[in-house]
Design a protein around this ligand. Sequence first.
Ligand code: UDX
Length: 436
Amino acid sequence: MALKLSVIGCGYLGATHAACMSSLGFEVIGIDTDANKVAMLNRGELPFYEPGLDSLLASEMTTGRLSFSTEFSDAADADVHFICVGTPQSKDGLAADLTYVKSSVTAIAPHLKAGALVVGKSTVPVGTAHMLREQLAQSAPQADLAWNPEFLREGFAVEDTLRPNRLVVGVVNDRAEAILKDVYKPIIDLGTPWIRADLPTAELVKVAANSFLATKISFINAMAEICEAAGGDVTVLAKAIGYDPRIGSRFLQAGIGFGGGCLPKDIRAFMARAQELGANQALEFLREIDAINLRARQRVIDVVRADLSEDLTQYKIAVLGATFKPDSDDVRDSPALDIAVQLNAAGAKVVVHDPKGIEPARKRFPDLDYRESVLDAVKDVDVILHLTEWKEYRELDPYAIGTLVKSKFLIDGRNMLDREKWRQAGWRVHALGRTD
Ligand code: UDX
């Protein structure tokens, strides 16, 4: 008999996981406490933007295998329950807020059938899985718990779920591993590496991976600062060091740094947990990684002030990009939006464009002036800031844009635009980490 699955928490991670597991042939029920979200998903509509997931969800809904509900009791006949709820940064510190993880395990416990396996996918501080397993041993001794971190990137969520570069499972016994092998058989059959770990190691793999990625980005942004001070070009430097296979060229794109719902909060939560464990020295370097990252945002503001004026009240600025990266509508901890907000707070007239992120950005920061069209956004501006590298910005015609602005001044915060093309069209271009 095929396993029945439930997915608890239907945000980016959960909705993707539910649709992908349905596409592998499983009967899947997604549970979320947000009735609006559940209603949308049941209509086959995605509450956020993720390339390829909208069509996958719509087609899976027609199979009859996939459904969504607000009632935990509707998941009672599932064999495996994936916990996919968020673990945001807590309001009063660096640590992760485990409220949703704890409440979802508490809510599902009374409905777990004999032999059911609860599988955490959320990113949690090391030790959480052990604590939840103990909790389940009291409230639902007929069930077991495992941890299976996900590594999906927004913009590539479906690809990363169905063709991940590894599967990591934290288990306490062979039975839990066997169940997860059943679930992931089609993916394992593609040759995907399978790593069995204990619970703490499985939890740590995720935060270690994100810490490494954050470190790589902040490393290259630190080199960008040095290049600016010494008259070098960080893009050439990144290319040159990237040819060394021990270093690798990916995640060496210098610019305004990392944001989103994962990297920033994960490194902070990791530091907070290390402190609790008495191992804070081991992760002191992450404080510097965070500081370099936030400095990258500030450097753009410094360039604007140095070029225009300390007093920005007379200036109009176009910000191209609001999301934390392209091909997403996610504006959580977005460096682009942060810069826009800071410049706005400093008195500049800031006009923001984004292909997908305007509505989510407006919800968070209603005071900014948002425009649906780039041509509208750049009208009469003193400077254009290119802050999220959407493809459509690379295709802009600098001659046409040049006829609309007040001053042909461009700051490329992502080092992705063709500087020569813009310069030939009469633009002054400042790119982060490049001095010429
Ligand atoms: C990240 C991890 O990549 C993923 O494995 C994990 O599961 C969740 O967190 P995501 O948040 O979707 O995924 O974004 P990612 O593609 O990693 O980019 C993070 C941020 O770093 C973005 O703001 C991006 O613009 C920035 N970045 C990335 C750089 O500034 N330079 C780079 O070279 C790469």
